[in-house]
Design a protein around this ligand. Structure first.
Ligand code: SAH
Length: 370
């Protein structure tokens, strides 16, 4: 069955949801030269133009027929907040009225867009507000890719070499097909030409999804949300661990085909008195031994309803030092945009009109690709 997001374009096909091969096929079937696909993608992604009348290298007749065949769904930016540190949070409304937030983080040192892959999340990690909502729905490839298109257009960065982190709301490997399709759309050379080296996919590690990812021609950088060093501890923090354990994850990472010189980032949310002891740090060193790994420590962003606390800076530094002493590359993620509630676990959006009053809480990555 088609989702609400895929229908509702007045019987027209949503061009924003098509990758190049599909678009070429559709055009061919209608007797239109396939090279028109690249022209269309150039207008939409490189120039941010979605009005066929403004696509001046297409004949009037072609523009008219495209108008009849295609819609180009584009989320509407309904609010934009700017942090004192330059981080900007965009509230985007989708065609069914659902809303997602996407974050622009400058000076990372480049420009980073943090995007969502689902409305809500089924993973229910104990320290993440998104988990409290459960999964509302998957985003379509169009909706995932459009977050980048809309932010880049709004910020005048369509031509810039930005990076994208799939660290917003949702679990990308739990919406595998649409996420990978979105990346292929963003990677198209006629469009934004986003290189997979400039994309980081962050996951709690749905192991079969990771094994599928290992086969992909478009292979983003990988960040694994580990957060714990014993199975019992991770069972509590990341319920999916009951299905795919730390041992399964480490095995899957060992067989993951890394590109030359690249490494897997392990994200580790530090929770005071829970997983921030020197013993945890020692266990983490042993778990990652022999893996091409780096560790990104994320001191918890506290939020109402989250039963954990952020460790002191001393505890964070002590933990980081133990990893560094064992020659692990370690970084501590800086919290960005906390004053506008744009940091990890701090995003809150109002629900759509038809569920007015419902408050949706979104947790998002805040610090770029680690
Ligand atoms: N579902 C994916 C991507 C989403 S979140 C994943 O879990 O990897 C990106 C990162 O932010 C994850 O490592 C997540 O665990 C972390 N995060 C979530 N809530 C947080 C909070 N309140 N404080 C700090 N980091 C948080």
């Amino acid at each position: 069955m088609k989702s609400e997001a895929e229908t509702g374009h007045g019987g027209r096909i949503d061009l924003a949801n098509l990758e190049r091969t599909e678009l070429e096929e559709l055009l061919r079937a209608r007797g239109v030269e396939p090279f028109r696909a690249a022209q269309l993608l150039r207008w939409i992604y490189k120039r941010g133009i979605t009005d066929f009348d403004r696509m001046t290298d297409l004949s009037k007749a072609l523009r008219a027929s495209f108008r009849e065949i295609f819609a180009i769904s584009t989320p509407r930016c309904v609010a934009r907040d700017r942090s004192t540190d330059g981080t900007e949070k965009f509230l985007l409304e989708l065609s069914d009225g659902r809303r997602v937030e996407s974050v622009y983080i400058p000076d990372t040192p480049g420009w980073t867009f943090c995007v969502s892959t689902q409305v809500g999340c089924a993973m229910k990690c104990g320290f993440c507000l998104t988990g409290k909502m459960g999964l509302v729905r998957n985003l379509t490839a169009a909706e995932i890719a459009a977050q980048v298109r809309v932010l880049a257009a709004e910020l005048g960065l369509l031509d810039a070499r930005f990076t994208v982190v799939l660290m917003g709301m949702g679990e990308p490997l739990h919406n595998y097909d649409q996420t990978m399709k979105a990346l292929r759309i963003l990677g198209d050379p006629a469009g934004l030409a986003l290189s997979p080296r400039r994309v980081t996919l962050s996951t709690v590690c749905v192991v079969p999804g990771l094994d599928r990812l290992a086969q992909e021609p478009y292979m983003p950088n990988l960040a694994v949300s580990l957060h714990a060093t014993t199975e019992a501890q991770r069972d509590l923090l990341v319920p999916l661990n009951r299905k795919y354990t730390i041992a399964d994850i480490v095995d899957a990472c060992r067989r993951f085909p890394l590109k030359r010189r690249s490494r897997i980032t392990f994200e580790y949310v530090l929770l005071a008195g829970v997983n921030d002891s020197p013993e945890d740090a020692g266990r983490l060193v042993r778990l990652l031994a022999g893996l091409r790994a780096k560790v990104n420590l994320i001191p918890l962003n506290e939020a109402a309803g989250i039963p954990y606390h952020r460790p002191t800076d001393e505890a964070v530094n002590r933990f980081a030092q133990i990893l560094a002493d064992h020659r692990l590359t370690v970084s501590v993620r800086k919290s960005r945009g906390r004053d506008i509630r744009a940091a990890c676990g701090q995003l809150i959006v109002e629900g759509p009109a038809r569920s007015a009053g419902q408050r949706l809480a979104i947790a998002m990555g805040d610090g770029g690709p680690g």
